[in-house]
Ligand binder design. Structure first.
Ligand code: GDP
Ligand code: IMO
Ligand code: MG
Length: 428
């Protein structure tokens, strides 16, 4: 069975966790392939709200094996906390049994967090992601497979020089580093392995593997709105590379997008709203960052962003989320192009400065009624159990979905109408 890739198509927080949890019912492996605990993926199981930063969202399925892949940066202390929260919630610690960490993944150390804490320009999550990827690219980072050979005297010297140069007051010692390394080996030693080989073997045996993206296409280091991006390649091209398998394994690439758009951190978002409609999206959609709790900026659906994401990723299908949040708006706008100076464009400009001068060009669609969470959940259950797909949705909502499909040229395979695992309608 081929691998399925799930990717954020906007600026993150599109609902990847919810979709992965759902699809993992039929999978035996879920692997993260980039990013770290800058991610915050939410899974809602009735009254239980689970938030994952490093753990793949397939952890909710006991049969599913989990991989923190080659292309990731991993903070072992955050992972430990996430695992203890999981165990406190009644789960079994999967480390070394069904959770495996790639020896190639890089380790986020306290000094990476100190450096990231200085950021004022990008609005990072402060989790040490950028500095850890910098060390990787500079070929001085510490990987899980490098733990037994770490020269902590040289590490402390280099880290302290970097901290001093950055104007950071914290310092590290080699004794501290020795202790930290011993703790990591003791805690996770049995979980470290060649996860690419595990995934490759699973695929060869016909197992179902899901590659779970973090962040979104517009936060990609190359294809996003540089410099207001994260420090990894979030896109399809890196999904297999960062998992240690070849691209030929992939058949399905699901792009996830909200029915509108959000962004946390700095950088321009052309359709950002500062009016009552923006308040509606933020309030009804509970738009607060899963990792940092920051208020997410909200705007209308942007087909230019999606066109860009689709060109980079070649989505075979779209999972549309949070359609319920648009309920109660009289009119819904969709951005179909940008006005840049005296020109109208339909593709994302590559420069963040050019993007700042872009004004959205909108079409307007009729709204549909606002319903309660329970009412939307009822609609989803009815649509799925009766096998009627999207036709159980209000007709204006159906027209909205069709319009997005026409604009993107990619079919919508599922529509989210609430946070709960069951609040997703599958296309028939
Ligand atoms: P991720 O980072 O892509 O996994 O997304 P997050 O978990 O950070 O943010 C998505 C938020 O939207 C979470 O609070 C989800 O519970 C919620 N959510 C996901 N899908 C839907 C949906 O279809 N409708 C509503 N109302 N909420 C949703
Ligand atoms: P998930 O996987 C939304 C944003 C940060 C900041 C920029 C760089 O939950 O969709 P970083 O800490 O990565 O160096 O910050 O990227 N960012 C996210 N925004 N969802 C995420 O992940 C994000 N991960 C990073 O807010 O603007
Ligand atoms: Mg998130």
């Amino acid at each position: 069975m081929p691998a399925t890739v799930i990717l954020g198509a906007q600026w993150g927080d599109e609902g990847k966790g919810k979709l992965v949890d759902r699809l993992a019912e039929d999978a035996t492996w879920v692997a993260r392939f980039q990013g770290g605990n800058n991610a915050g993926h939410t899974v809602v199981l009735g009254e239980r709200i689970l938030k994952f930063h490093l753990l793949p969202s397939g952890i909710t399925r006991e049969e599913c094996n989990l991989v923190l892949g080659d292309g990731m940066v991993v903070d072992p202390w955050v992972l430990d906390k996430e695992l203890s929260d999981w165990v406190e919630g009644g789960g079994t610690d999967p480390a070394g049994h069904r959770l495996f960490i790639s020896g190639r993944a890089h380790i986020i150390l306290p000094y990476h967090r100190y450096l990231d804490g200085l950021d004022k320009k990008i609005g990072t999550t402060g989790r040490g992601i950028g500095p850890t990827y910098s060390d990787k690219i500079n070929r001085v980072g510490l990987r899980f497979d490098g733990l037994p050979h770490a020269d902590t005297t040289a590490m402390a010297e280099r880290q302290n020089a970097a901290l001093e140069a950055a104007g950071c007051e914290q310092r590290v010692t080699s004794a501290e580093l020795d202790e930290q390394i011993a703790w990591i080996v003791n805690r996770f030693g049995n979980a470290i392995g060649d996860t690419g080989i595990m995934l490759d073997n699973a695929l060869k045996m016909g197992e179902n593997v899901i590659l779970e993206g973090a962040q979104g296409c517009l936060l990609d280091i190359d294809q996003g709105t540089f410099p207001y991006v994260t420090s990894s390649v979030t896109s399809r091209g890196n999904s297999t590379h960062g998992a240690g398998i070849h691209p030929g394994h992939v058949e399905t690439v699901i792009g996830i997008t909200k029915a509108y758009i959000t962004r946390v951190g700095h950088g321009h978002m052309p359709t950002e709203l500062f009016d009552d409609d923006g308040d509606h999206l933020g309030t009804v959609g509970h738009e607060f960052g899963t990792t940092t709790g920051r208020k997410r900026r909200c705007g209308w659906f942007d087909a230019v962003v999606m066109r860009h994401a689709n060109r980079i990723n070649g989505f075979t299908e779209i999972a549309l989320t949070k359609l319920d949040v648009l309920g109660g708006l009289e009119e819904i706008k969709v951005c179909v192009g940008y006005r840049m100076g005296d020109r109208e464009i339909t593709e994302m400009p590559s420069s963040a400065i050019d993007l700042e001068s872009c004004e959205p060009v909108y079409i307007t669609m009729p709204g549909f009624p606002g319903l309660s969470i329970e009412e939307w959940l009822g609609i989803a259950r009815k649509c799925n159990s009766e096998g009627i797909g999207f036709s159980g949705l209000p007709s204006a909502a159906q027209s909205y979905i069709s319009k997005l499909e026409t604009l993107l040229g990619v079919p919508v395979s599922s529509v989210g109408v609430g946070p709960d695992r069951d609040a997703t309608i599958d296309r028939v």
